[in-house]
Design a protein around this ligand. Structure first.
Ligand code: SIN
Length: 482
């Protein structure tokens, strides 16, 4: 791999400021070529516990730093990430597959959370509340929750860590993360840059290993852990949540989605097509906020399908490290197979292939459009996690709101309309944590990212993102009249 700074390619865990090796290793491969990128130390629950203990020991000094000191260190980390944006993007594309331009975007997106929370660190305000009697005062202060542990996914190997770690560190917490074993290199490069930024040993730790269950048990159940945060699928999230219950940990969960994308007949159709390209085909459809079901009002369905097919047909599939590639591979062969199974099942159930739909080649899945899909089909009820648009026709506003809400998920929703009354009605009726209105890209550090229903709870980014890492303490000051 051709990095300007080859020292950013790390192969061992980062615990208490040391690079921790193991004799056993696991391979990290490029999903575009299936070639080996690096053999990475395969650590276990023993080292996971060591990381938690290191974070516990580092906690008093880190939380005692002034908000301004923590802010300066975070800001330095942000600057180093931006300085090394190209190298970090090459690492990310190599292990995850997304096109290089998207990977650069992810580095800026992740770094943006660090910059944002460097500022928010200085705005952890408390409160005073009028007391029920004159001899008392009620004061509310906020304190860091303590040691935070995290498990993060392979689809955003940098940004999903950045937005949790930045908020935790800004609040005065210390942090241990287990990145997905498909994509540990981005996390380890972040640790290298955290060290260069001067973030003290034990404050930011990365445990790498394939023993998801053993490491997960430590991160969710260790008595020194105060809070656990997870981004990933709903079934795995439920198991981790149950594990956290044993010691009543503070938890936040960013789980799966099944985003509706509604195109009303008064919409700007070209803008809606651009919105689908952005929200459906970003990261080859492997995001939790991806459009999953595209509802189009019957009177504009034909025009919309035609324009969407023309736009999707222009997307280039290939190795993300090459020029002019818009869609990279899926993370592995199983993922490509699963997407194709959903497509073939839908076709057997009556859906029509407008574009693509062919069997995967290695990990690559051709951008696909299906029409005549119904909300009951498996493709409309499961996260597709691939570059497939499923078009469903509808007649009325009321009907589409019911269809859009007929899912156990509640992460993101999108709709396109130019009628101001409808914009308010539909925004309020959609049972989702985030709604894009005439907009396909809704994620940014200033906004509260998160879902409702079985998409989880807690928010990441924005002023709300810090609250998840803070305890509220109420001080009752009495006998003030003596
Ligand atoms: C996700 O897929 O969970 C994250 C997507 C985003 O941050 O936009």
């Amino acid at each position: 791999m051709n990095l300007t700074d080859p020292n950013l390619l790390k192969r061992h865990a980062y615990i208490d400021g040391n690079w921790q090796r193991s004799n056993s290793t696991f391979p990290v491969v490029n999903p575009a070529t299936n070639e080996l990128i690096a053999d990475v130390s395969d650590l276990s629950e023993v080292e996971a516990e060591a990381a938690v203990i290191a974070a516990h020991i580092a906690l008093p000094n880190w939380s005692a730093k002034s908000a301004s000191e923590r802010s300066k260190l975070l800001n330095k980390w942000f600057q180093l990430m931006m300085l090394h944006q190209n190298d970090l993007a090459i690492l990310l594309t190599s292990e995850q597959g997304k096109p290089l331009a998207e990977a650069k975007g992810e580095i800026a997106y992740g770094a943006g959370y660090i910059e944002w929370f460097a500022e928010e660190a200085k705005r952890v305000y408390g409160d005073t509340i009028p007391a029920p009697s004159n001899d008392k005062r009620i004061v509310v202060i906020k304190q860091p929750v303590g040691v935070v542990t995290a498990i993060t996914p392979w689809n955003f190997p940098n940004a999903m860590i950045a937005r949790k770690a930045a908020a935790a560190l800004a609040a005065g917490c210390t942090f241990v993360v287990r990145p997905a074993s498909q994509t540990p290199l981005s996390a380890l490069a972040m640790a290298e840059l955290a060290e260069r930024a001067g973030i003290p040993p034990g404050v930011f730790n990365v445990i790498v290993g394939t023993d998801a269950q053993g490491i997960g048990k430590v991160l969710t159940q260790h008595k020194l852990v105060a809070k656990f945060t997870f981004t990933g699928s709903t079934p795995v999230g439920k198991k981790l949540l149950a594990q956290c219950a044993a010691r009543v940990k503070k938890v936040s969960m960013e789980l799966g989605g099944n985003a509706p994308f509604i195109v009303f007949d008064d919409a700007d159709i070209d803008a809606a097509v651009d919105g689908v390209i952005a929200s459906k085909y970003r990261n080859a459809g492997q995001t939790c906020v991806c459009t999953n079901r595209i509802f189009v009002q019957h009177s504009v369905l034909k025009t919309f399908a035609f324009k969407l097919a023309a736009a999707v047909d222009k997307l280039n599939l290939g190795n993300g490290l090459n020029e002019n590639v818009d869609i990279g591979p899926l993370i592995n062969e199983q993922a490509a197979h699963d997407v194709h199974s959903l497509v073939t099942e839908s076709v057997q159930a009556g859906a029509t292939v407008v574009l693509g739909g062919t069997a995967p080649v290695d990990n690559f899945y051709k951008p696909t459009i299906l029409s005549n899909v119904t909300n009951e089909m498996a493709i409309a009820q499961n996260e597709i996690f691939g570059p497939v648009s499923a078009l469903i026709g509808f007649q009325t506003e009321q009907e589409v709101i019911e269809l859009a809400n007929a899912t156990e998920f509640g992460l993101a929703a999108y709709f396109y309309s130019r009628d101001i009354g409808r914009v308010w009605r539909v925004s309020e009726a959609l049972e989702y944590g985030m709604v894009g209105i005439n907009e396909g890209i809704i994620s940014n550090p200033a906004a509260p990212f998160g879902g409702i229903k079985q998409s989880g709870f807690g928010r990441e980014g924005s002023k709300y993102g810090l609250e998840d890492y803070l305890n509220i303490k109420y001080l009752c000051m009495g006998a003030l009249n003596n």
